[in-house]
Design a protein around this ligand. Structure first.
Ligand code: AMP
Length: 282
């Protein structure tokens, strides 16, 4: 049975008991509304450590006031059932007051890799993510923590934070789980109408086409422009970015070619009221 705990004290007691029995522990932080992408992170953790802890907390600090905090899908009973099917050992499901008690006044400030892309589109996002993830890592004291490449910039930010703050944990990145048509699985896909869901396949398709065209020698800027045009033609109402970037620090690439740099294509675009993000290696 996947045991559910709601307090840091219970979480630590369980994790410390496992460690005392020489069992390594993996943490998989989530915001719930679990899908196969989340479950793939737990399965990956299970290949590396004996015990897995999933956290489910819809973190208010990473949403701006106009964003979808209230609408974000929630369903603890279903989440717990899914965790049970993959043999996750513990679900940590704190409430808001457990994470941010009255008077909470501390946050993590970031520069560098957090600044472009999602950082530019959502100015308070990574500060909120870094604050809650740092808390979760200190609360759970895991040996490893698994994060999805689906949120590639977030993964790079968390790697940076754990290095900068000397947090004693190994950060593991997991490949993006996709639906059969190629759309990355996401809790926010639940917002899409059937028509929008059908149109959404244009996102991974435009990305694959852009990667193929730069690999065939097309200029980066031209491939980015063609990708944005393809999304507009498929009914996306706004593209926040469709950028080839350095895969490590997410800085801009030279205009003409990939120049042998390790590159990543990162995209955020709006389909109706839903903002979809995706990324692929080049
Ligand atoms: P979220 O609940 O959306 O905050 O995501 C929790 C964790 O699951 C993050 O590390 C995400 O990157 C990861 N994740 C979300 N969707 C996917 C996916 N389709 N494939 C792999 N990992 C994912």
């Amino acid at each position: 049975m996947t045991r559910i705990v709601r307090t840091v004290a219970e979480l630590r007691q369980q994790v410390r008991a496992w460690k005392a029995a020489s069992e390594q522990v993996g943490l998989i932080p989530t915001m719930g509304a679990l899908h196969d992408g989340h479950l793939s992170l737990i399965r990956l953790a299970q290949t590396k450590v004996a015990r897995t802890v999933a956290s489910v907390f819809v973190n208010p600090k990473q949403f701006a006031p106009h964003e979808d905090f209230d609408a974000y899908p929630r369903g603890e009973a279903r989440d717990a059932e899914l965790l049970e099917t993959v043999g996750c050992d513990l679900l940590f499901a704190p409430n808001g007051a457990e994470m941010y008690p009255e008077g909470f006044a501390t946050s993590i400030n970031l520069t560098g890799v957090s600044e472009p892309l999602e950082g530019a589109a959502r100015p308070q996002f990574f500060g909120g993510v870094a604050t809650v993830v740092t808390k979760l890592l200190i609360q759970a004291e895991p040996d490893i923590a698994v994060f999805g490449e689906k949120d590639y910039q977030q993964l790079q930010v968390i790697r940076r934070v754990t290095r900068d703050l000397d947090l004693p944990v190994e950060i593991v990145g997991a490949p993006t789980a996709r639906a059969e048509d190629g759309l990355a699985l996401s809790s926010r896909n639940a917002y899409l109408s059937p028509e929008e869901r059908a149109a959404a396949v244009a996102l991974p398709n435009a990305m694959k086409a852009a990667i193929a065209s730069v690999q065939a020698g097309e200029r980066v800027e031209a491939a980015e422009a063609a990708g944005k045009a393809a999304l507009a033609a498929a009914g996306f109402r706004q593209v926040d970015y469709f950028d080839f970037r350095d895969a490590d620090d997410l800085s801009r690439l030279g205009p003409d070619a990939l120049n042998g740099a390790k590159a990543r294509l990162l995209v955020a675009a709006w389909l109706g009221k839903t903002r979809l993000i995706d990324n692929m290696g080049v």
